[in-house]
Structure formats: structure tokens, C-alpha cells
Write a protein that binds this ligand. Structure first.
Ligand SMILES: [Fe+2]
Ligand SMILES: [Fe+2]
Length: 186
């Protein structure tokens, strides 16, 4: 696997891990247990305000090049670009619901469930499609110069969760990620 594809794949694995944490909290909510709403809010915040901003911008460039190299990818790329917009909007709605809960504003349970399910379903299916159909094609069709253009798509920002300097808001989440990693190595 070429390095840029590996980086792309690794980012997807990080997102899936965070979606896994989110999914567990959503399950607690559905079972009538008290989920960690702050963790949920932090995950969606990280995904929207950092990950999607960086990741989706780079994907937009990679998709454009891929469509030029092989037109048969155009319909799939259109669908994925549409999904970026849906994920973003679903994330806004879900964040609003979570912030209402955290601010003790009365919310309808089924609205929170729907917002959570839409966000999780779309995000997971989207990553799965990219992993199975787009990454192998990009590895075959993108040149070194293309990858440079993809890398330059957006000024890189330090990652506040997985990077060297952890943002204040994400310290608890980073501890959780590290503890889970240690658990997996046992
Ligand atoms: Fe994407
Ligand atoms: Fe992606």
C-alpha cells in the first residue's frame, strides 16, 4: 500500500474507532442507561471540526483526479460527495441535540435516536465504500504529483486528538483511546 493510501486508510480506522465509542454510548441511551453525553459531544465535535475539514478536503481533490483518470468512477464519486454533505448536516443536527441535553434543554428521545442513527449509519457506510472501492482505485490511478496535490488541498492543522499536542477538550478522550489500545495489546 502506498504511503498516502495508508495514511488515508489509517484515518478511516481512527474514525471507525471513534464511531465505535459513539455507538456504545448510543446503545446505552437506547437501553435507558445514562450515556456519557460529553464524550459523545466531543467525538462529534472532533469529527466535524477537525477530521472532516481536513479529510474531506483532501478526498475532494483525490475524487476529482480519479474521475478524470477513469470516468466509470463518476457516479460513485457523485454519491460520495453527496454523502459528505449528508454527514455534515446529520452531524450538525446530532450536535444540536447533544448540546441541548448538556444544557438541560428538554429534548424528544426519538429525535436524539434518529439523529444518532443517521449520523452513525451514514458515516460508517461511507467509510466502508471508500475503503472497498475508492482506496484501491486511487492506489492504482494516482501519481506522485497527484498525491502532492491531494496533500496540499488544505493547510495541515495539528491533530488535537491523535497528534503530539492534545487539545484541552480532548484529553479525556485521548486517555480513553490509549487505555483501549493497551487493552488490545494484552
Ligand atoms: Fe469521504
Ligand atoms: Fe474518507
Amino acid at each position: 500500500m502506498k504511503n498516502p493510501v495508508l495514511r488515508w486508510h489509517n484515518e478511516h480506522m481512527q474514525f471507525e474507532r471513534l464511531l465505535g465509542y459513539l455507538g456504545k454510548q448510543v446503545e446505552a441511551f437506547q437501553d435507558g442507561r445514562e450515556p456519557d453525553y460529553e464524550l459523545m459531544g466531543d467525538i462529534v465535535f472532533y469529527l466535524r471540526e477537525y477530521a472532516d475539514l481536513q479529510h474531506h478536503q483532501r478526498e475532494n481533490i483525490a475524487f476529482e483526479i480519479l474521475a478524470q483518470r477513469d470516468q466509470s468512477y463518476v457516479p460513485l464519486i457523485k454519491q460520495l460527495l453527496h454523502e459528505h454533505r449528508v454527514i455534515d448536516t446529520a452531524g450538525v443536527v446530532f450536535q444540536e441535540q447533544l448540546s441541548n441535553i448538556l444544557n438541560d434543554v428538554l429534548v424528544r428521545r426519538e429525535l436524539v435516536e434518529t439523529a444518532a442513527a443517521t449520523y452513525l449509519l451514514y458515516y460508517r457506510a461511507h467509510v466502508h465504500t471508500e475503503e472497498s472501492q475508492i482506496l484501491p482505485a486511487a492506489e492504482r490511478l494516482l501519481t506522485d504529483d497527484d498525491w502532492k496535490a491531494v496533500g496540499n488541498a488544505v493547510p495541515s492543522m495539528p491533530d488535537p486528538l491523535f497528534g503530539a499536542e492534545i487539545g484541552l477538550r480532548f484529553r479525556a478522550m485521548r486517555v480513553k483511546v490509549l487505555m483501549d489500545s493497551a487493552e488490545l495489546l494484552k
